[in-house]
Write a protein that binds this ligand. Structure first.
Ligand code: SF4
Ligand code: SF4
Length: 473
């Protein structure tokens, strides 16, 4: 089965109960954003841009738990920002488990190993020692950290931790192989860290999934290679969705990167082209979601948006109408359901009811439509049942042949040119940026940290102005 049986049954029971009660709209997955702070500044991320003025705000733990209880979605996706920065993330995960929810922690992977070391510290015993030795041997945990796990005092052992469970998935953001992923997250070394975290998670028995956003520049051949590699690593499932052209992300792209957003985001036609092989991937790899949504992505059918089934709760309340667009925030899920005119949104028979929906085919708007049968066609229920209850695709056998580390690890990262330029500048020769007149760095957004590339380019500029001052003197 693609999903553990208990989880599939829980979700199926939730849908059937509401269908029997004829509930018109109900939540399937809560997108819970306890904070929008992030340690990265990925290109195309709408969150850290849209909420740039409230990056330091957090939803109190009790409020997060109350939101989950109110909408009563069987699944909660804890996202953000980077949820592992949330100071009460362990208590949040434990609280949601006490409510019986299936939990996804959507993370960029950078702090995962730290959280898993905390878990080992709290649960260290003789059985854990074998795993700890393996993690040290595979350089996933340092000898120093291993010693601190072994010698932890009682207070460290009593701290709440994120423990492996069939009810919980790490959901790691991976947008391509090393070069591409590090370019999109605007930091080198992140892909390598994600892989290390996934390997560690699998050794410790965590369920681990990945989520991938597809952009206009995404090479689908590379995506297939990425799935082969991740499958071979033992990843339990993958979510894949086309990128959405957030207003805030588009503005950021123009202002900070000097890029034309139309070069980055997908139109509907392009999405269908990129996803034409999704059904083949669904057979080869454990792609999460419904086959009905996959047919929609591949352009074989239309679906109507059911954004109310994947509501978002964050520091400002219930975000309407969807994870992507913001026309308002509401204090309760019930109020959002009744006050929003849902007929204004989505694309029906190829016609966008709202121009902002025109190119949207994202998972959070349309995957539930496939599960809920909003555009039911004969055989859909059986298709969904067979897909989710059928055998899980085997781990890809030759994943080790994939050249996953094709950037930073072999000295070909996107910063290589910038580093070379700094070195040239400091040794007196002109940088490539000056030669080409290619100063595409326009400063950073208020509230967002400068990227490594920006820092390097700033150093080039500062070295250049120092040289010119010395020349004048
Ligand atoms: S990891 Fe990237 S996409 Fe996720 S919240 Fe942070 S900046 Fe946005
Ligand atoms: S179509 Fe997309 S952008 Fe429009 S409401 Fe639905 S999820 Fe949001």
């Amino acid at each position: 089965m693609r999903f553990p049986l208990a989880l599939t049954v829980k979700i199926a029971r939730h849908i059937v109960t509401h269908k029997v009660k004829r509930t018109p709209k109900f939540a399937m997955v809560l997108q819970l954003e306890p904070l929008h702070t992030c340690n990265l500044t990925c290109t195309g991320c709408g969150r850290i841009r849209e909420y740039s003025t409230s990056l330091k705000d957090m939803v109190p733990l009790e409020q997060c738990l109350a939101a989950a209880a109110e909408c009563n979605a069987p699944m909660v996706s804890i996202c953000g920002g980077e949820p592992l920065i949330y100071p009460k993330i362990e208590e949040l995960v434990c609280g949601l488990r006490e409510q019986g929810r299936i939990i996804y922690i959507c993370t960029n992977g950078v702090f995962m190993r730290k959280k898993m070391i905390a878990y080992m510290t709290a649960h260290y015993d003789a059985a854990m020692e074998t795993k700890l030795q393996r993690l040290v041997a595979e350089q996933l945990v340092s000898e120093k950290d291993a010693q601190s796990v072994r010698s932890a005092d009682a207070s460290a052992r009593q701290k709440p931790v994120i423990a492996p469970s069939q009810w919980m998935y790490w959901n790691v953001h991976v947008d391509g192989l090393e070069y591409t992923h590090d370019l999109i997250v605007e930091r080198e070394g992140v892909f390598k860290e994600c892989v290390a975290a996934i390997r560690m998670a699998k050794i410790l028995g965590y369920q681990t999934a990945t989520n991938t956003t597809v952009y206009k520049e995404t090479d689908v051949t590379e995506l297939e290679e990425m799935f082969k590699y991740l499958s071979w690593l033992g990843v339990d499932g993958h979510t894949i969705s086309p990128g959405y052209d957030y207003d805030a992300a588009k503005k950021d792209m123009v202002k900070r990167l000097g890029k034309d957003p139309t070069e980055f985001f997908l139109t509907r036609k392009m999405t269908r082209e990129k996803f034409k092989d999704i059904e083949k991937w669904g057979k080869m790899f454990t792609i999460f979601g419904t086959p009905v949504y996959q047919e929609f992505l591949a352009g074989k059918r239309e679906l109507t948006c059911t954004a109310w089934a994947i509501p978002t709760y964050n520091v400002r309340g219930w975000k309407a109408p969807c994870y992507l667009m913001t026309d308002g925030h509401y204090p309760t899920y019930a109020e959002m359901l009744t006050k929003v005119n849902w007929e204004k949104y989505g694309v029906v028979d190829g016609v966008a009811r709202d121009p902002r929906c025109e190119n949207c085919m994202v998972h959070c708007g349309y995957d539930p439509s496939g599960a809920l049968g909003t555009n039911y066609q004969r055989g859909d229920n059986w298709k969904n049942f067979a897909y989710n209850f059928g055998a899980k695709p085997a781990s890809y056998p030759r994943g080790m042949d994939v050249k996953a580390f094709n950037g930073h690890s072999i000295g070909k990262g996107h910063l290589a040119e910038a580093k070379a330029a700094v070195n040239r500048e400091l040794s007196g020769s002109k940088s490539v940026f000056q030669r080409n007149g290619n100063h595409d760095h326009a400063g950073t957004d208020a509230g967002s940290a400068p990227t490594q590339r920006e820092e390097l380019i700033a150093r080039i500029e500062s070295a250049a102005s120092k040289t010119s001052d010395e020349e004048k003197a």
